[in-house]
Structure formats: C-alpha cells, structure tokens
Design a protein around this ligand. Structure first.
Ligand code: ARG
Length: 466
C-alpha cells in the first residue's frame, strides 16, 4: 500500500478515495451548475420526499428527519431569495444543496443521501421539472390556438386562393387555412401529453445503478411526489433519457409548424402578395432604407427552428454509443433540453400575439380568389355531373384554360356560347354553378372548406379551448 497523503479541504462530497485535488480546469469543465441550478426547486422537493421515505423505512429518526426537512426549507429560502452562495467545488446543483444543508444542520445533513445517488436524483429532477414546464407549454399552445380560432371567426366571410406547389389551386376560406394550424397545434399538444404520460414515473430508489439496500417504500415516495408508478429496472432508470428525446422531438415539431406559418406570413406580407399586414410592433425598419418594414419575428421563428432541431440531433447522437448504465455524457442532455424549451416557450408566446395582431387585406384576397383559373376544377366537375367521364371533362377544361391563356382572358370572361364551343354539355346553369361561392359551399364533407363545416369546427374548437 502506498502511503495515503491526506488531501485536506478538497471541498468535495466524494473526496474520500482521492489523493489529489481536482484540477481547476476539470472543475470548470465538469461543472453543470451554470445550467442545472434551474432544477433546484425540484431537487429539494425530491429530497424532501426521499427524507420522509427514509424515515418511514426506519433509516432516519423523527428528530433527524425534522432537522433535515427544516434545513432543506432554509436552503430553499436562500435559493428562492437569490441569497444562496455557490462555490466552485459544488460541481452541480445536487452537491450544492447537500453541501449547504450540511453547513446549516451539521454532519446529520450527510444522512440525506442514504440510499440515493445523484444518478437517480438527476433522473428524478428532470422528470419533475418537465411535468411543470410541459404544462406551461401546453397552456401556451392553447393560447396560440385561440388566437387562430378568433381570427378565423372574424374572417368567416373571406375567401382566398388555396395553393399547391405555391401555385394558385382552388378557392378556400381564409378561416379554413387558419384552422389548419389549429389542427397541427392540437397534435403538438397531444405529443406533449404522450411524452408527459410516459415520463411520469418515479426513478428514485434506483441508487447509482443497482437499486438500494434500504427497505424504502418506493411507492410511498411516488405518492408523495405525485407519480402514478415507479420504474421497474434500476439500470434503465438511471441510464434512460429517451423521455428527453421525446420531448425534444415534440418541440422540434412545434417549431416546424411555427416555421411553416412564418414562411407564409413572410410571403403574404410581401409587396408581391399583400395578403396580410403584420402589426408594426412586431416588425423592424431598416437603418438605411426608410421604406422598409421587415418581418423579423416570423424570420426569427423560422430561424430558431434550426436551433431546436439541432438540440434533438445532438442528444440522439450523445446517447447512441452509451453503454449501460449512467455515464457522465448524460449531463449533456440538460443544456439541449433547457435551451430548446426556452426557445419554444418564447416562440409560441410571441406567435400567439403576432397572430392576434394580423390584419388581412380583404380586397386583395377577394381579387386573388376571383382570378387565376381557380375555378377550373369546378368547371370539370360541372361536366362530370352532366355525365361526362371526369378524365374527358378534365381534358376539355384544360383546353378551355389553354384558350383563355392564349387570349389573355380569365375563365369568368367566358360566355355560355364560348363554353359551348368546347362542349355541348354546358348549359345555362353553368354560370350560376361555377362561382367562387359555389366552389366553397360544395366542399361540404367533413374536413372540407364549406362555410358550414368551418363554422362547426370553429364552434367545436371554441368549446374545447375554453
Ligand atoms: N450533474 C450530473 C448530470 O447532470 C448529475 C449526476 C452525476 N452523477 C455522477 N455519477 N457523476 O448528469
């Protein structure tokens, strides 16, 4: 045996087997304190439940329990008030809190960590944190949905060109277009709910990796913390971060939806489209070109999407080569998760205000809906209802459009006599049937753009989002 050189005052809670103090660079390199301090309230809540569980198991006396609980409350008070003094040796929030607890109540503080590891502790903290923050996110997604529904309700009379391939295709209600985003957001909320249900499991009691020697009642801990169930495999419980991946994937999809929305707002507010005016308060000017009003907010929403996608891919990559169970690599989950959550929470919040502040240009939308051969499909369907096979009707209508293009005319410029030169099946009623309003109202099946369908959906959503 080599002689044991005592390393006094390393300040580490794990310093027992070490002969050298931690290198200053390593201290900084390994520290997660800068970002995991946001978990402090969850860490303390977890410690309180753990302490009570230890008491129930007979590991802590009543007196010890009371002292630890009181100590934890004091630490919480310091952290809440911003009075907590972190030291570089703290390494992470778990150690910081335990170090301070022991300073406050003496060596008895060291009993709190009985039967627990930072590995199951951090897995617990993340789950508690996500339960809170995902609730907040769902609320903000609902606020954004309400902004869309409100705009849809106000613009039930407005028709616009619907697009495929960014080419004018068929007329739709502006409300129908807006509600498309509400459906996307509904699925986004569903994904958040699914992720929440799967992560709502207590990992504490898994120890470092193998479980715990102490007769703790894990179901009791779960009950104290509001978890419906406990993890069934200790190795999995400390090594698993798939719940963080699921959350990041759900966040990436939220951003994808916001990004598509942003792209439309950027296009629609351009001089080329002029479908919509963005609120001045959401735009910026140019320092050089006095006429400019730039759509910075949707641009940033679109831009931040890449950042959130990046976090998802970063964590997937971090996880792919890790042997069981805990590895320090897992500490990298937090900055990705926190930044993605901060980004998405802010994005959804600002998007809701932006949508509520949009002014649609009714005249421009009406004009755009009346031109561009948007009714060509209606004309083909008209012939089909007169018994012409749809393929033939399509071909005939195509020739009509071609002729109009050649003569620089629009479909609505054609008279019945003009139409009959293409097909004898055209009758007087064609001029009443083939209209923008008719085109809208005939799309009357579930999911179609007919006004009564859209109105019904608005009503249902208003009820559900109350
Ligand atoms: N800061 C660590 C993390 O975020 C906590 C767990 C540390 N565990 C360990 N065995 N070093 O993952």
């Amino acid at each position: 045996m080599g002689k044991k050189k005592l390393v006094a005052g390393t300040g580490k809670l794990w310093s027992g087997r070490f002969r050298e103090r931690t290198h200053r660079l390593v201290e900084a390199f390994t520290s997660s304190l800068a970002f995991d301090r946001r978990l402090y309230a969850y860490d303390i809540a977890g410690s309180i439940a753990h302490c009570k569980t230890l008491e129930k198991a007979g590991v802590l006396t009543r007196k010890e329990t009371a002292a630890i609980l009181r100590g934890l409350e004091s630490v919480r008070g310091e952290l809440d008030a911003g009075r907590f003094h972190f030291v570089p040796q703290d390494e992470d929030i778990h150690m910081a809190i335990e170090r301070r607890l022991t300073q406050l109540i003496g060596p008895m503080g060291g009993k709190l960590h009985t039967g627990r590891s930072r590995n199951d502790q951090v897995a617990l903290d993340l789950r508690l944190y996500l339960r809170d923050v995902l609730g907040l996110l769902s609320g903000r997604l609902a606020t954004l949905q309400r902004a869309f529904v409100q705009q849809a309700r106000t613009h039930l009379d407005v028709v616009m060109p619907g697009y495929t391939h960014l080419q004018r295709a068929q007329p739709v209600l502006l409300a129908h277009h807006l509600l498309a985003y509400v459906e996307m957001l509904e699925r986004d909320k569903g994904r958040v709910r699914d992720a929440l249900a799967r992560l709502n499991v207590l990992p504490l009691g898994s120890g470092a990796l193998a479980g715990t020697n102490y007769p703790v009642d894990r179901r009791y801990t779960a009950k104290l913390l509001g978890f419906p169930s406990v993890t069934e495999n200790s190795l999995d419980a400390v090594a698993d971060r798939d719940f963080v991946v699921e959350v990041l994937a759900a966040l990436a999809l939220v951003m994808m939806h916001l990004s598509r929305l942003s792209e439309e707002l950027i296009l629609w507010s351009s001089q080329e489209f002029q479908f919509v005016d963005l609120p001045d308060a959401f735009c910026t000017g140019s320092s050089m070109m006095p006429q400019k009003k730039n759509p910075d907010v949707p641009e940033l929403l679109r831009g931040k999407t890449g950042r959130v996608y990046g976090h998802l891919l970063a964590l997937l990559t971090t996880l792919k080569g890790l042997p069981l169970s805990y590895n320090r690599d897992l500490q990298e989950d937090k900055e990705a998760l926190f930044d993605a959550l901060d980004t998405v929470l802010a994005s959804v919040e600002v998007a809701a205000e932006l949508i509520a502040g949009l002014t649609f240009n009714r005249a421009v939308l009406a004009k755009a809906s009346g031109s561009g051969y948007l009714l060509a499909t209606e004309l083909a369907d008209y012939l089909a209802t007169k018994g012409v096979p749809f393929r033939e009707a399509h071909e005939t209508t195509g020739r009509i459009v071609r002729a109009c293009l050649d003569r620089n005319r629009d479909l609505r410029d054609l008279t019945l006599a003009d139409l009959r030169t293409f097909s004898p099946q055209f009758e007087k009623d064609v001029l009443d049937v083939v209209t923008v309003e008719g085109a809208i109202e005939r799309k009357a099946q579930i999911g179609g753009t007919a006004r009564k369908r859209v109105t019904a959906r608005i009503k249902a959503l208003e009820g559900a989002l109350k």
